[in-house]
Design a protein around this ligand. Structure first.
Ligand code: PLP
Length: 451
């Protein structure tokens, strides 16, 4: 094959950098020819590109790793799957089969969990906006409701009267645990006394059973010690409540927020170094429980971990459509997947692997998506050898938040497949087509195109 002439470029020589981790190899790119033994080319020829691929083996392994870290240290633990992180039916079916209950933040997530066979009492209903109709259903079906606002307390009292049932509730608490940013807009503040006011309000109303305390501090939290502070404060609050109002706090829900092995933008070290092992989080939380609980008291510990469980099970295969030299000397690539399907590209530098050996020196390049929008940048500091058109790139980890936050903007959303533990490949979400775009649209008669 004739080789095209390409104008040479001069790169600035970077001397004296002390970062022993930060630079990619100047030679070649990491090659990945298959996922769980299934060739990339086979996946693309059957299901097209771009394509999300989930590994059932990795998902189950990760779930068990996280679960073991806690159940080995504390006798009474529940894992409530954070639906918003990934609510594809097949993915949640795997997690439910591993024993996870459901944590939902909207009526549609609630409905999805019920469709998947999860009964009300195994659902935790969170979130700042819970329409009263959805509270009626949740209360009737015995779901546990983590209250976010004073208005919600009033709504639940109304529902309790209507339905003739005492709702089982917790309050969501936000607090200072030494991490930044502080998610203070959810639930009731601990330090200001607002959480205590909420408890008093519930006790005064006399219509709700306060059975739990909840806190979700944020996401991708790299400081395990913050969980120790969180857990201790929740236990202290629980006993104050029990002693003053006689409610028995049956569960302490510490939320999610554990990081995945992803490369967060702005973090200097690679994930293998920057991300503490899950055992450290488990140790902090369970130590805080065991050190502060009264003898013989083992309330249920609930975890709502999302990202840490599913992120590394997900890959995105995308294809090089075009390449050009940018005025600043970098090489630019146009891919068939962009921020429309990879919302998390705004915060992560993904692993970028290619499906074949590519010769030539690696150079700085930018990976653009297919959108006709300047913000559509998948990676602005990739370091890759010259990739021919048609090269498949495999981006990972992408299993958390992308297949829920993806947008139907400009392009159809692609197919999603699952590779089973025995190498079977199943389509778990079809690629969209025009019917997905127009099926809910209506054109007034007078505007219909004349045939
Ligand atoms: C209430 C609640 N629980 C759990 C999660 C899952 O968080 P993560 O994926 O960081 O574990 C979230 C995510 O924002 C959340 O809002």
């Amino acid at each position: 094959m004739a080789r095209r002439y390409e104008k040479p470029v001069i790169h600035r020589l970077h001397m004296g950098h002390t970062n022993k981790f930060g630079f990619a190899s100047p030679y070649g790119a990491k090659v990945r020819k298959s996922i769980d033994g299934v060739p990339i080319e086979e996946l693309v020829s059957r299901f097209g590109s771009p394509l999300f691929v989930f590994s059932e083996r990795r998902l189950r392994q990760k779930f068990r790793e996280v679960k073991n870290a806690f159940t080995l240290r504390y006798p009474h633990v529940e894992f409530s799957w954070s639906y918003k992180t990934n609510y594809l039916d097949a993915i949640v079916a795997i997690l439910h089969s591993e024993g996870a209950t459901a944590e939902v933040v909207s009526e549609f997530e609630y409905e999805k969990a019920r469709r998947m066979g999860i009964p009300g009492p195994k659902i935790i209903y969170n979130g700042p906006y819970k329409p009263i109709d959805s509270l009626r259903v949740a209360v009737s079906e015995g779901a546990r409701i983590n209250i976010d606002t004073f208005e919600e307390i009033a709504d639940l009292e109304r529902v309790a009267d209507e339905v003739g049932k005492r709702p089982k509730v917790a309050i969501r608490v936000n607090m200072d645990t030494g991490i930044y940013p502080r998610w203070s807009r959810f639930g009731f503040n601990y330090e200001s006394g607002q959480a205590w006011d909420a408890v008093k309000r519930i006790a005064l109303g006399g219509k709700l059973d306060l059975i739990g305390l909840h806190c979700h501090m944020g996401t991708f939290i790299l400081k395990p010690e913050a969980y120790e502070i969180e857990t201790r404060k929740l236990v202290e609050l629980a006993y104050r409540i029990e002693d003053e109002f006689g409610f028995k706090i049956e569960y302490i829900d510490v939320g999610g927020g554990f990081p995945s092995r992803n490369r967060l933008k702005g973090i200097y070290l690679p994930p293998e170094v920057a991300v503490p092992p899950i055992e450290e989080y488990a140790e902090r939380i369970t130590t805080a429980l065991l050190n502060n609980l009264r003898p013989g008291d083992y309330p249920l510990l609930i975890l709502e971990s999302g990202r840490a469980i599913v992120d590394e099970a997900g890959f995105l295969i995308t294809t090089v459509h075009a390449t050009k030299r940018l005025p600043d000397g970098r090489r630019g690539y146009v891919l068939d997947a962009g921020v429309n399907v990879l919302f998390t590209a705004f915060w992560y530098h993904f692993n970028v692997e290619v499906d074949r050996e590519v010769s030539g020196a690696a150079e700085p390049c930018v990976l653009y998506g297919p959108l006709c929008m300047n913000i559509d940048v998948v990676e602005d500091r990739a370091h890759l050898p010259p990739l021919p058109r048609g090269t498949r790139l495999i981006l990972s980890p992408v299993g958390a938040y992308n297949v829920t936050q993806w947008m139907q903007f400009i392009r159809y959303r692609p197919a999603v497949v699952l590779i089973g533990e025995n190498g079977e490949v199943d389509l778990i979400r079809e690629a969209e087509d025009i019917s997905d775009i127009v099926s809910r649209e209506r054109v007034p008669e007078r505007l219909k195109p004349k045939s």
